[in-house]
Design a protein around this ligand. Structure first.
Ligand code: ZN
Length: 233
C-alpha cells in the first residue's frame, strides 16, 4: 500500500472547479493552498472548492519568497490572506476548522525561520499530520517539527512551459523514479507521501486535464489518497 495526501497549490484559478469535480469523482479530498490575490480574482471558484469537500489553507497573499521579507512583512503576507480566507469560508457557509500554511517555493523565511515557526504555534496554525512519513530526510531536516506544510513528492508540472525544455515526460520520469535525490520514491510499497500539484491555467492550456492524467496513473499504481488530518495546535 502507498498512502498519499494530495496538496494543490496556488488556487484559485479558472480550472479549480474542474479539478474539484474530478477529485470528487475519484473520492479524493485535497488540501488546497490558496494565494490571496488568486482568491480575489477567482473568488467563486475558491468558494466552490470549499463547498465541495476541499480544505483550503494559506499560501500567502501575493506569493513572495519569504527569505526576502522582514518578519513584519512576512506576518502581514500571512495575516492578509488569513482574513481573506476567514471571509471566504464564511461566504461559503462552512466552518473553518483548520489553518494550515505553506510557504511559496518552500522558502521557510531564511533568517526569520524560527520566529515564523514560533508565530505559527502562538497563533494556532495547524500542522498536517505527518507521523506516517517514513523517509529519513523528513526528520533529518526537522520537517517533522515545523508547523508549515512541505511535501515529499513534487510533480514539478509547473515547469511545463513554452521553451522550458521540461515536458510531461519529465513528470512521468519523476513519478516512476525508483531512486530520487530526496530518497523518497513515489511508487514504493509501504510509503506515505505528501504530494505537491498546482492549479495552473497555463499548464491546463499546454496539457489539458494534466491533473487527471497524473492522479489516474497513481490510482492505477496502487496509491490510496487519505483525507488530510491535522495535529491540534
Ligand atoms: Zn505556490
Amino acid at each position: 500500500m502507498i498512502h498519499a495526501i494530495l496538496t494543490i497549490d496556488d488556487i484559485a484559478s479558472r480550472n479549480t472547479p474542474a479539478i474539484v469535480d474530478y477529485l470528487n469523482e475519484k473520492g479524493i479530498a485535497a488540501l488546497m493552498f490558496a494565494v490571496g490575490q488568486n482568491v480575489e480574482r477567482y473568488y467563486d471558484n475558491a468558494i466552490y472548492a470549499i463547498q465541495h469537500g476541499m480544505i483550503v489553507g494559506n499560501h500567502s497573499y501575493s506569493h513572495p519568497a519569504f527569505s526576502k521579507l522582514t518578519f513584519e512583512e512576512a506576518r502581514a503576507e500571512i495575516e492578509k490572506n488569513e482574513a481573506l480566507l476567514d471571509r471566504l469560508y464564511k461566504d461559503a457557509g462552512e466552518v473553518r476548522r483548520f489553518r494550515p500554511f505553506r510557504f511559496p517555493y518552500g522558502d521557510k523565511g531564511g533568517a526569520n525561520k524560527e520566529a515564523l515557526q514560533a508565530y505559527f504555534r502562538e497563533y494556532g496554525f495547524h500542522k498536517l499530520s505527518d507521523s506516517q512519513i517514513p523517509f529519513g530526510f523528513w526528520k533529518a531536516m526537522g520537517l517533522d517539527r515545523d508547523v508549515d506544510t512541505l511535501w515529499t513528492f513534487d510533480f514539478a508540472e509547473y515547469n511545463i512551459r513554452p521553451n522550458s525544455g521540461f515536458t510531461v515526460d519529465d513528470v512521468w520520469k519523476r513519478v516512476f523514479d525508483r531512486e530520487p535525490f530526496s530518497g523518497g520514491a513515489l511508487l514504493q510499497d509501504g510509503t506515505s507521501h505528501i504530494l505537491l500539484l498546482h492549479a495552473h491555467d497555463e499548464t491546463e492550456e499546454l496539457v489539458p486535464g494534466y491533473y487527471r492524467q497524473f492522479i489516474d496513473c497513481l490510482l492505477e499504481n496502487g496509491v490510496t489518497f487519505d483525507v488530510p488530518t491535522f495535529f491540534e495546535p
